[in-house]
Write a protein that binds this ligand. Structure first.
Ligand SMILES: N=C(N)N/N=C1\CCCc2cc(NC(=O)c3cc4cccc([N+](=O)[O-])c4[nH]3)ccc21
Length: 322
């Protein structure tokens, strides 16, 4: 093990590599005191945005978010170390690995399972949005599965691109008397504050990939249309051979999330009210694994030591769009 922090190797025995991410790797580790299995994610500091200043700030913002969030479908950090060139984050083990690999190996995920995973993603992103956090990088690589079983907990990870919404100057302006306020300030206000809609779009793409086994937007899907043209024009195809066995309700959710106009796009709340998600059996299963009655069968019993240091939202830079 290259220059690991002493405290880290004293507390954990690090063994084999279990996942390789674009930025750093994930290794299986054992907490020496309890013999409990954990995951150790290493993130090279050089993988954060260029100049040192913002790198540390963006890294600190992510660590802040990771330590503040508390939801069954969001990754929980158990410990944290750093050296000059790397961050070492100890996490709950997610033995099912990335949703990306599950979709790749299964080609298409059965509709009821895709719905169970999608419901959990919606609940996790609903929690983030209610806490003024936008993920901005939702994709199958950032959705982890707690086990190899179809019915399992999913957890969203990687808050590298996340933004914390804070009260904006525009909000303060709109609270004052508008005597001297130009009309465009009001019209602009209608569209600003929709940056969270990007997460709804991304979940639409993730759902499409889980159900169909191929993405809605990809090179040469339409001759002469680049991927970004396909996206900005909202052009994609439900290939019959892949979609024939899938319900119209499922297709309808995808259509309403993949709306180019963010104001017309389903919000997370609206998606949770869509007929496709009005499935009591699925919800019962989901709530049962998210909030197990008997703490014994919790996937990772919360360690009382996991103090959730609440970050002050004012600390981070808000997305100018907000
Ligand atoms: N990039 C960034 N700035 N923040 N990223 C982050 C923030 C810190 C948490 C975090 C965790 C992961 N990934 C895992 O945990 C994980 C992947 C995986 C694959 C197979 C098996 C297991 N497992 O059996 O556990 C796995 N755990 C990927 C990115 C990030």
């Amino acid at each position: 093990q290259s220059n690991l922090p002493k405290e880290l190797s004293e507390k954990y025995m690090i063994t084999k590599k279990i996942g390789v991410g674009v930025c750093g790797e994930v290794k299986l580790a054992f907490e020496r005191a309890t013999c409990k299995k954990v995951a150790l994610k290493t993130i090279n500091k050089k993988d954060f945005p260029a100049s040192v200043g913002t790198a540390t700030r963006s890294a600190e913002r992510e660590i802040q978010i990771l330590q503040k969030i508390d939801h069954p479908c969001l990754i929980k950090t158990k410990d944290f170390f750093q050296t000059d060139d790397s961050y070492y984050i100890v996490l709950e083990l997610m033995e099912g690995g990335e949703l990306y690999d599950r979709v790749k190996s299964k080609q298409q995920i059965k509709e009821p399972i895709a719905k169970l995973y999608f419901y959990q993603m919606l609940k996790a992103v609903e929690y983030l949005h209610n806490n003024g956090i936008i993920h901005r990088d939702l994709k199958p690589e950032n959705v982890l599965l707690s086990s190899h079983d179809d019915v399992c907990i999913i957890k969203i990870t990687d808050f590298n691109q996340s933004k914390i919404l804070e009260e904006s100057a525009l909000m303060r302006t709109l609270c004052g008397t508008p005597t001297y306020l130009a009309p465009e300030v009001f019209t602009d206000a209608v569209t600003v504050g929709y940056s969270r809609a990007v997460d709804a779009w991304s979940l639409g793409v993730v759902l499409f990939v889980c159900l169909a086994g191929y993405p809605p937007f990809y090179p040469n899907a339409r001759i002469g249309l680049s991927v970004s043209d396909q996206i900005t024009q909202g052009i994609y195809t439900f290939i019959p051979s892949k979609w024939d066995g899938i319900s119209d309700d499922a297709k309808d959710v995808v259509k309403k999330l993949l709306r180019v106009d963010p104001n017309a796009r389903l919000t997370i709340e609206e998606a949770l009210q869509h007929p496709w998600l009005m499935d009591e059996a699925m919800k019962e299963t989901a709530e049962g694994i998210m909030y197990p009655k008997d703490p014994g069968d919790a996937d990772a019993t919360a360690d009382p030591g996991d103090a959730d240091a609440t970050a002050d939202p004012g600390d981070a830079t808000a997305d100018p769009g907000d």
